[in-house]
Design a binder for this molecule. Sequence first.
Ligand SMILES: Nc1ncnc2c1ncn2[C@@H]1O[C@H](COP(=O)(O)OP(=O)(O)OP(=O)(O)O)[C@@H](O)[C@H]1O
Ligand SMILES: O=P(O)(O)OC[C@H]1O[C@H](OP(=O)(O)OP(=O)(O)O)[C@H](O)[C@@H]1O
Length: 232
Amino acid sequence: MTLKLGVPSKGRLMEKTFDWFAARGVAMRLAGAEREYSGAVEGVEGVELVLLSAGEIPRELGAGRIHLGVTGSDLVRERLPRWEDQVSELVQMGFGHADLIIAVPRFWVDVDTLDDLDAAAAAFRARHGHRLRIATKYHRLIREHLRDAGVADYQLVDSQGATEGAVKNETAEAVADITSTGETLRANHLKVLSEPPVHRSQATLFRSRSAGWDDTTLGTLQALKTRLDLLD
Ligand SMILES: Nc1ncnc2c1ncn2[C@@H]1O[C@H](COP(=O)(O)OP(=O)(O)OP(=O)(O)O)[C@@H](O)[C@H]1O
Ligand SMILES: O=P(O)(O)OC[C@H]1O[C@H](OP(=O)(O)OP(=O)(O)O)[C@H](O)[C@@H]1O
């Protein structure tokens, strides 16, 4: 059996993933036409490249349809319940850095911490008769984080893109999203709570716990780890 390695086929993680492996002597190239999502690996025998979007890789790892996969650590935590039971981290790759944060309108001068947000949420509910809305696509991570912080009087509103616009569009009072430069937040008159991020994400090479590992794929994994200089 070949070892299936899932890598992002598009988006912001793709090129850096290819560069990261190339710098360690594992060359990946797309096979066939540009839009044909298959590829080949040179440098280690027995590895098959599976091109997927970063967002799909957690699911494929969880289902055991790929043995290894590169994606953002945020996406694995968000998309796989009890992610540590389903995958393990082989290496943090040092790119694709982004912080998952909670942000509120800049003019909310009394709101800087999660405790402040909790108080603001209670006041909001008393005044408006419905819960303060937080727009996000990170439902699991934000729910867990706010539960642990004791913030209860809120509701999540699903936003799969342009999340920072939700406040201006009056579909939410606050947002929870990934940021790297902070430009989008600034442009939308939002400020990040002065708390550590909910999660500091980066591109990570994951190993599926459920993929059918046999002697051949385990041998290939060992060869790949040696090539990549990953210690056991
Ligand atoms: N500035 C940023 N904005 C959003 N995501 C970022 C940023 N920097 C790094 N990332 C990371 O990139 C990953 C998402 O990449 P990308 O949006 O290309 O994937 P995708 O979700 O598969 O794409 P698509 O939305 O097109 O399906 C996440 O892990 C995210 O944390
Ligand atoms: O801190 P910054 O450097 O400004 O980057 C953050 C923005 O980038 C991402 O959006 P993306 O470009 O993926 O578009 P999306 O809104 O469709 O998710 C993310 O959701 C933020 O909106």
